[in-house]
Every structure is written in C-alpha cells, then in structure tokens.
Design a protein around this ligand. Structure first.
Ligand SMILES: [Ca+2]
Length: 244
C-alpha cells in the first residue's frame, strides 16, 4: 500500500514543479509537516491556463556590412578654366628658301652728270657767259663750251665751284642760274701780284635749268687770267638726283 502511494507521488512531481504558484492551494501536493502517518494525497488537479506573453527581447547585434553598390551617373560638364601663362619663346627656325632674283636696276650712268673746265685766254668780252674751253672732264657733254653754259639733264641737287686767278684788274663774277645771279665773288687786285678768288654752292636744278659764270657789273672787273702756268676753273656735278 505505501509503495503504491510513492509511485503515484513520483508521477505527479513533474507537473507540481511548474504549478507551485497555482492559486488553488487545495491541490498542493506537498505533504504536511506533521507526521505522514495517516496522510493520504488527493487527486491531481487540472493543468493551469497559459500566462500572458512576455516583454519584447533586446535588439539584436548589427549584421555584417553589405556589398558595394554600382557607380552613380556622370555629372554635368564643369565651367571653362582661366587662360594659362604664355610659354617661353621657341628655338630659332631653319633658314627659309632664298627668294627669286630681282629685276635689273636702272643704269647708274643715267644719273651721271659732271664737268670740269678751264679758261684758256683772258676774258675780254663783258656781260656774257665766260667761255671755259679747256676741258678737263665733260663726259656727258652737259656743259657746252661754245656758250659756256651747263644745262641740267637730270633734276636734282648739284654742286658748283670755281677757282679764279686774278691779274692786272679786279675781279667780280657771279654764278648765274636761269638768267639770275645767285652767287657773287669779288677780289681787288694788288699791283705786282697775283690774287686768287673762289666760290662754291649747292643748287637744286630742274630739267633744262642752265648755270654759268659771268663778269658782273659794267665789265671793268674782268681781271680773270690764265696762261700756261695759271688757271681759272669751273666745276659742277650732280650730288643727288630727285626721287621720281
Ligand atoms: Ca685781292
């Protein structure tokens, strides 16, 4: 009889562990503290109802980092940048190809005009061009020994000069240009002596202008002298021709 009760008690223990707080004290299976003599257990009660749901648990730990996403779309084109600093000068280039040969220039002879003449006899005729008939140079024949006049064939600037030996009488001469005296030279003769007189000038001449030397005044001052060892000379030449 006792053995049977013990078996029944053991069968009921697994449930009584969870239902220890059951509100029905009458079904407690724990034995009274007094002696077990005469104690007899009742029939086990029905299982209790399910309790209310517990509170939410704590948040879990973060998961692993995901894979890298695809690249985004290309953005719009930016503004134009500022002009950069000018660079240093480059090295010298190779020599170019020689140019074509130029056209032949005008002959230099065209622009030549010069004469140098001398007196051969004493001047005796007044108020006319002095005729220098001793020719030192007159290649272009721009000086006419028959008239004593130089004629301009090339417009430009000319240089004229004369050198006079004075003997026996005073000398007063003028250089004429186009019938007008433009240069004067006067020398007073000293007795028992030989004097010298000279003059020079630059004149611009147009085509056809004539230049000559002439005794000035009444013709009394015409002491120009020349012989085998004394000369009177008249010289002229083109310095610059006019640019066309
Ligand atoms: Ca003198």
């Amino acid at each position: 009889m006792l053995l049977l009760r013990a078996v029944l008690l053991l069968l009921a223990l697994p449930n009584s562990g969870q239902d220890i707080t059951n509100k029905e004290p009458g079904v407690l299976l724990s034995p009274p503290k007094e002696g077990c003599a005469g104690w007899m257990a009742g029939i086990p009660g029905h299982p209790g109802h399910n309790g209310t749901p517990g509170r939410d648990g704590r948040d879990g730990t973060p998961g692993e980092k995901g894979e890298k996403g695809d690249p985004g779309l290309i953005g719009p084109k930016g503004d134009t940048g500022e002009t950069g600093v000018t660079g240093v000068e480059g090295p010298r280039g190779f020599p170019g190809i020689p140019g074509r040969k130029g056209e032949p220039g005008e002959s230099a002879y065209v622009y030549r005009s010069a004469f140098s003449v001398g007196l051969e006899t004493r001047v005796t005729v007044p108020n006319v061009p002095i005729r220098f008939t001793k020719i030192f140079y007159n290649e272009q024949s721009h000086y006419d020994s028959s008239t004593g006049k130089f004629s301009c064939n090339i417009p430009g600037l000319y240089y004229f000069s004369y050198h006079i030996t004075v003997y026996m009488k005073d000398v007063k001469v003028s250089l004429f240009k186009k019938d007008k005296a433009v240069l004067f030279t006067h020398d007073q003769y000293q007795e028992k002596n030989v004097d010298q007189a000279s003059g020079s000038v630059l004149l611009h001449l147009e085509m056809g202008d004539q230049v000559w030397l002439q005794v000035y005044g009444d013709g009394e001052k015409n002491g120009l002298y020349a012989d085998n060892v004394n000369d009177c000379t008249f010289t002229g030449f083109l310095l610059y021709h006019d640019i066309q």
